[in-house]
Design a protein around this ligand. Structure first.
Ligand SMILES: [Fe+2]
Ligand SMILES: [Fe+2]
Length: 318
């Protein structure tokens, strides 16, 4: 059984699942008993469970690492109209008895197709200097294998294997539709593709590799907007003949891609390329988060999901 299969059909039954532990938060009941909120995940879903008998399993919880699957027995219950799982037993799986890839949520886009599309966007760029910048940061190791596997977020959108890659391709597709509709020049298109490919590039530094779905110290303290623009600036300095204006436009596009100072961008988008990129980025993130959230809440009886925090409203499930 996979986490996605858990439904009210199994209410009051004990089920067995093999999962990764994504996080354990210790809490205390009113009577001072320690219990834990345990985030579990497999390839289909990530969800929070309860473990009221934490102390009984403390050894297991403290010894397992985030990339070691465990077999759990859980009681299916209901809380706030949602299925809730209470862990009744937990045991580590034997080394070698599992394939880690089976426990990580992946993009449902075909990887070969995504790698091909990445190349197609790269081939559209005509400026040799901008091409060189992209080649160094995307198509060279150790970056390429990270860029094509890392998640793009912890919670809201594209928080799965190949997440940055899928999100980047969505952003570029949306952005280039606008660029061709509005007949942007080749130079503007070159810059737009560079901003698109590099805007979230530094998420390979901001996040740990999966299955650990968390920020690095560097990510917490510096963030992907600074880390990305800093790395791009460093590369540009060593690429001979890089135009001053391309440098400004590309860096402004990366620094401004969150679109507003209150969303973490230190400057506003100052070119049409940067504004298109920002809108395309927002569209990709918003649409993915609505689809994912609606799916996560599909088992509940109401017609609407609860409020999706980044959108400020709930969505009709149809
Ligand atoms: Fe971003
Ligand atoms: Fe993005």
């Amino acid at each position: 059984m996979k986490l996605k299969d858990l439904s009210k059909e199994y209410l009051n039954q004990t089920v067995e699942l093999v999962v990764l532990i994504g996080g354990v938060t210790l809490k205390r009941t009113k009577s001072d008993k320690v219990y834990a909120d345990v985030v579990v995940q497999d390839s289909t879903k990530r969800m929070e469970t309860k473990c009221w008998d934490y102390e009984q399993f403390e050894d297991v919880f403290t010894e397992i690492s985030e990339d070691q699957p465990v077999k759990i027995k859980g009681l299916v219950g209901e809380y706030n109209d949602r299925v809730q799982l209470t862990i009744k037993d937990i045991r580590p799986m034997k080394e070698g008895s599992y394939d880690l890839g089976d426990f990580i949520r992946k993009s449902d886009w075909d990887l070969k197709m995504m790698e091909k599309s990445l190349k197609v966007f790269y081939d559209k760029v005509e400026s040799p200097e901008i091409k060189e910048l992209i080649k160094r940061l995307i198509f060279s190791e150790p970056y390429y294998s990270r860029f094509t596997t890392y998640p793009a977020a912890k919670m809201v959108h594209h928080n799965f294997y190949h997440g940055i890659l899928q999100h980047t391709l969505e952003v570029l597709k949306y952005a280039l539709t606008v660029a061709t509709t509005k007949k942007l020049t080749q130079r503007q298109i070159d810059r737009l593709i560079a901003i698109g490919l590099l805007h979230d590039w530094a998420k390979i530094k901001e996040y740990h590799p999966l299955p650990k779905l968390d920020l690095t110290d560097e990510g917490i303290m510096l963030g992907h907007i600074f880390l990305g623009s800093y790395q791009v600036e460093k590369e540009i300095e060593t690429i001979g003949g890089f135009s001053k204006e391309d440098r400004l436009v590309i860096l402004n596009g990366i620094l401004g891609h969150h679109g507003a100072l209150e969303f973490g961008s230190p400057v506003l988008p100052k070119t049409v390329e940067a504004q298109i990129l920002h809108q395309a980025d927002k569209l990709s993130g918003d649409v993915e988060s609505i689809l994912q959230f609606t799916e996560d809440h599909s088992e509940e009886d109401e017609s609407f999901t609860p409020k999706l925090w980044n959108m400020g409203t709930g969505y009709y499930k149809g």
